[in-house]
Design a protein around this ligand. Structure first.
Ligand SMILES: Cc1cc2nc3c(=O)[nH]c(=O)nc-3n(C[C@H](O)[C@H](O)[C@H](O)COP(=O)(O)OP(=O)(O)OC[C@H]3O[C@@H](n4cnc5c(N)ncnc54)[C@H](O)[C@@H]3O)c2cc1C
Length: 544
């Protein structure tokens, strides 16, 4: 029987991220994915600032940018009657070059701004990177067919898709990153709760997703090619998203109830947005269900853990689904490493659910509210009339659209502001816990949130100096004696590195001389001096 500490089922973005995180931490694992390759249809497009920070830590942020929308590509979302007709509204969104300019708001809040890059292209980069890792047993073209958990281990059966060969694997933890139809979740009898989609005009109910190549679309545009076009006309609403700035696009349109996505010609859906029948090469076309807002009622049962879409299903508005799953993977990676290395307390793995489920619920609520706002925008039948009345209708819809939808594109709180208040791993402080607002992110070192970012004099980011384990920051001109904490950490096998930075602004940002940063870059504790009982602090943060 094959033995490995961890088996990950599912090679989508979440499983790939978890495997990469474990590889970075030198923890062996097996990644089982039924497809022989990564996905060949684009879904997620927005890699938010937190996800990009994670890619920076893994050393692949630049490669993700290379497969994304080019640096100078216009980032705007434009609302049109049709692409060849009237622009009715525009949400200005910075290009990546603007985001990367010194002094930009993005670089003030984090070291790696958001990047639009299709999940399909990103998955390829993640897999290529994993293929170089000796500690990861890559099983693409293998399917997990059953598993049997016990107190000591999980026995997993996997089958080779081509040969039918069955292999039995014993692992300490099985992680189901196997998507919305998760076999792992359903085998455990764990259910989703929440909303499952209403049939309204757009971004709710049955949708069609079409991946296509159409360089001729650039000739029709009356503006520089933007990131997104959203058409609003009496034939329905639809979106076209630029994937690479080289003629590859994705469109989302509403299907009629009962319509079979696999038997229809998708081109008319594209032409309705464009306004004319340009040459279009359809690369793939799939149905999907918008308007979902579902979360599993459990994230873990014993030695079986769930992450990504297997525990939360989003409607795509806001682009939160994949990013929330990537956040699950980073929360889990270091806890599994701690377990594998023997320094985890008994409660550590169990904190995954209490930290991540509330984040999913917060993000789901926001995504659903944005989708409701989007679908509630009514399009007047005379919107295309070439009359003063038609013009007035377009102006009015433009104002309503910009006002209603701008928020979707600026959810900094969702990107950077997830908090783990109430987790037993966080050393709570007295006073008012910072509000976890979906739109606004206010940097704070109040324990439970992502460590605030800042640039150092040498041009590196503070985050670049965080270790793989815990990092004790010594800030300002602190002369605090930290030796007791270092000694206790060593005795308990907890990896701890020290980073000193004598900068009054950073000291002011953290509002303390000392801050203990977790392996996932979240603040666990802060204070002016090592507490009287450093052992209790180390036990708290390692879940003992
Ligand atoms: C139209 C659309 C647009 C979206 N836009 C965004 C966006 O902009 N930003 C964002 O963050 N999210 C977005 N999302 C959501 C995002 O695509 C998903 O959240 C993401 O794919 C979830 O990743 P995952 O790894 O959890 O699951 P999946 O991507 O579903 O991957 C699961 C993998 O597990 C494999 N698998 C399943 N069962 C088994 C088994 N028994 N054995 C072996 N392998 C198995 C599957 O083959 C698959 O490869 C969008 C979704 C849609 C539909």
């Amino acid at each position: 029987m094959t033995e490995t500490p961890i088996v990950i089922v599912g090679g989508g973005p979440v499983g790939l991220n978890l495997a990469l995180d474990l590889a970075w931490r030198q923890v062996p694992c097996m990644l089982v994915n039924q497809g022989k390759t990564t996905a060949d249809h684009p879904q997620g497009n927005t890699n938010n600032a937190r996800t990009m920070e994670i890619y920076r830590r893994l050393g692949i942020a630049d490669r993700i940018r290379d497969v994304g929308l080019p640096i100078d590509h216009c980032g705007d979302a434009i609302f049109v009657t049709r692409i060849n007709a009237h622009e009715i509204g525009r949400i200005k969104i910075p290009s990546v070059r603007d985001r990367l300019k010194p002094g930009s708001i993005d670089l003030e809040l984090g070291p790696e701004p958001l990047q639009r890059a299709s999940q399909m292209f990103v998955e390829r980069v993640l897999k290529e990177e994993l293929d170089t890792k000796a500690t990861v047993d890559m099983r693409f073209g293998w399917k997990m067919i059953s598993f049997e958990p016990s107190d000591e281990a999980v026995i997993v059966e996997i089958q080779n898709i081509d040969t039918g060969k069955i292999e039995t694997v014993s692992c300490g933890y099985l992680v189901g990153c196997d998507g919305g139809r998760s076999t792992v979740r359903r085998s455990l009898g764990i259910e989703y709760v929440g909303k499952s989609g209403e049939e309204v005009d757009f971004m709710m109910g049955q949708m069609l997703s079409v991946y296509f190549h159409a360089p001729a679309l650039y000739d029709v545009m009356k503006t520089d090619a933007p990131w997104q076009f959203h058409s609003m006309n009496p034939q329905g609403r639809a979106s076209i998203v630029a994937l690479d700035g080289k003629g590859h696009f994705l469109t989302w349109a509403k299907l009629e109830p009962g319509q079979d996505a696999y038997s229809i010609d998708p081109r008319p859906y594209i032409w309705r947005v464009v306004g004319e029948e340009i040459p279009v090469n359809i690369l793939s076309s799939k149905p999907w269900q918008a308007g979902l807002s579902l979360v599993a009622n459990e994230y873990q049962r014993g030695r079986v853990i769930l992450a990504g879409d297997s525990v939360h299903l989003f409607t795509p508005t806001g682009g939160f689904g994949m990013n929330t799953g990537v956040g699950d993977a980073e929360n889990l990676g270091w806890k599994l490493e701690a377990w594998n290395s023997g320094w985890a307390g008994d409660r550590l793995i169990g904190t995954y659910e209490c930290e991540r489920r509330p984040v999913a619920i917060r993000n789901l609520a926001q995504s659903y509210a944005l989708a409701q706002d989007k679908s509630a925008l009514s399009v007047p039948p005379a919107i295309e009339d070439e009359t003063p009345e038609g013009e007035a209708l377009r102006a009015d819809l433009g104002i309503r659209t910009e006002k209603t939808l701008a928020e979707e594109y600026y959810c900094m709180g969702i990107q950077l502001g997830a908090r783990y208040d109430g987790s037993p791993l966080i050393c709570a402080e007295h006073g008012d816990v910072p509000v976890s607002d979906p739109f606004t992110y206010i940097p704070t070192a109040w324990p439970g949130g992502r460590a605030p970012h800042c640039w150092l004099a040498d041009g590196t980011a503070l985050f670049d100096h965080f270790g793989k384990g815990f990092t004790l920051l010594r800030l300002g001109s602190s002369i605090a004696d930290t030796s007791a904490l270092e000694r206790v950490a060593e005795e308990k096998g907890v990896p701890l590195s020290i980073f000193s930075v004598d900068n009054p602004q950073i000291r002011a940002l953290y509002e303390a001389d000392l801050a203990l940063i977790r392996p996932d870059q979240y603040v666990a504790w802060r204070g002016e001096a090592v507490p009287d009982n450093p052992s209790a602090l180390i036990d708290c943060v390692r879940g003992a």
